[in-house]
Design a protein around this ligand. Structure first.
Ligand SMILES: [Zn+2]
Length: 87
């Protein structure tokens, strides 16, 4: 459990294999940075914080809020060429 933007957060970070291509290492590293709440060094995207209404609703119904991050197509964080959304 981590903290992001002042709230408890569960993030999915991949281990970065030593023998991975450099662009993949960079993309996974960028994603880890974004998962801390900081902007992506490649494209500046951030995790969009939930609204107060979304937070209240999630607390009432005890559900998780899913956040989706869309890196720019040319950002290594898109994992373009590795099954990411930048395909
Ligand atoms: Zn990015």
């Amino acid at each position: 459990m981590a903290e992001m933007l002042g709230a408890k957060a569960i993030t999915a970070d991949a281990d970065i294999p030593d023998d991975a291509p450099e662009v993949l290492k960079q993309g996974l590293a960028y994603r880890k940075i974004v998962n801390t709440g900081d902007p992506c060094p490649g494209c500046g995207v951030r995790v969009a914080p939930p609204t107060r209404a979304e937070l209240r609703q999630a607390q009432r119904s005890r559900v998780l809020i899913m956040s989706d991050v869309h890196h720019a197509r040319d950002c290594p964080g898109s994992l373009r060429g590795f099954g990411g959304r930048g395909e």
